[in-house]
Design a protein around this ligand. Structure first.
Ligand code: SAM
Length: 286
């Protein structure tokens, strides 16, 4: 393929890893530099070799594929590092979007840093950024959360910790877990608005903004389908109810709401923007 970019400046170097962003739905969303890198590297490490195979075939690129995913990232990562150290060049492609954002790309970056292997990013589509702009919910700042992981209890704790975040939150979620996640969110985010950004850049791209309650009844009637990014409205600016309280009264307030002493101290620490240890110290000192 005759790719019209400065060949010298964009030359793929030996012994270097290239984290290449690929389309999140629309095959045309790929940069000229990404195509050139994929065409010139010695091999392509891919999270899903079938999907990446289709992308390469679409652009008539013929490079050997090497599987690198969540379940083999340790051994496959070592193998890739060995090949890079032996002088080969490698393009890493994760399963759509920007490698290193909520996928095993991060682990390979860490390995390269550890072993002193050169790497760079060939930027392009990212589901989080696409959804954020489309939602129209963040003028300036935002906070990226990605997937909520762990047990339901761990997810709840994470959501609770995020509930005072004033910036809009960006979350990734799989369709089969969407309603469970919304149920957990109801406890921490109450009446907030959420934008459901679905099937971005695809024919069925859709953005629906609803409150959590509306969303729960909506998805109880319809099975969630496709890929989702959720943008959750940030915490409202409320008058600070505890401003006149000393620390023990602040903690007691939360205990009266049914929290354990430990959770009440954590909540007070979060409100005051200090550590739980500082709250504990002030409780003892009186
Ligand atoms: N590294 C990728 C990025 O940041 O673009 C994300 C990888 S993560 C494993 C996959 C998640 O990204 C999906 O579960 C979904 O939440 C989101 N996603 C990817 N493509 C999407 C699309 N076309 N529409 C909506 N969400 C998408």
């Amino acid at each position: 393929m005759n790719i019209p970019i400065d060949s010298q400046k964009n030359k793929v170097e030996k012994g270097r890893l290239y984290l290449v962003a690929t389309p999140i739905g629309n095959m045309a969303d790929i940069t000229l530099r990404a195509l050139k890198t994929l065409e010139e590297c010695d091999f392509v490490a891919a999270e899903d070799t079938r999907n990446t195979g289709k992308l390469l075939a679409y652009y008539d690129i013929h490079r050997p594929l090497f599987a690198y995913h969540e379940h083999n990232k340790r051994t496959a990562g070592e193998k890739i590092a060995e090949r890079l150290l032996a002088g080969e060049s490698c393009a890493l492609v994760t399963d759509a979007g920007m490698p290193g954002i909520s996928d095993p790309g991060f682990d390979l970056v860490c390995l390269c840093r550890e072993k002193g292997i050169g790497y760079t990013v060939v930027p392009g589509p990212c589901a989080a950024v696409t959804a954020l702009v489309l939602s129209g919910m963040a003028e300036k700042e935002f906070a990226f959360v990605g997937f909520l992981s762990g047990s339901d209890r761990e997810k709840k704790e994470k959501l609770e910790a995020l509930s005072s975040e004033k910036r809009p939150l960006i979350l990734y979620e799989a369709p089969h877990r969407l309603t469970d996640t919304l149920t957990l969110m109801r406890e921490s985010f109450a009446e907030r608005k959420i934008a459901f950004c679905r099937e971005l850049t695809k024919i069925n791209e859709e953005v629906a903004q609803m409150t959590l309650e509306e969303a729960l009844s909506f998805y109880q009637e319809r099975e969630p389908r496709g890929e989702y990014v959720l943008i959750v409205e940030g915490a409202p600016d409320e008058a600070c109810f505890w401003a006149e309280m000393d620390v023990p009264s602040h903690v007691a307030f939360y205990q009266q709401q049914g929290m354990s002493k430990m959770d009440a101290m954590k909540a007070a620490a979060r409100d005051r923007g200090c550590s739980k240890n500082e709250i504990y110290k002030q409780m003892i000192d009186g």
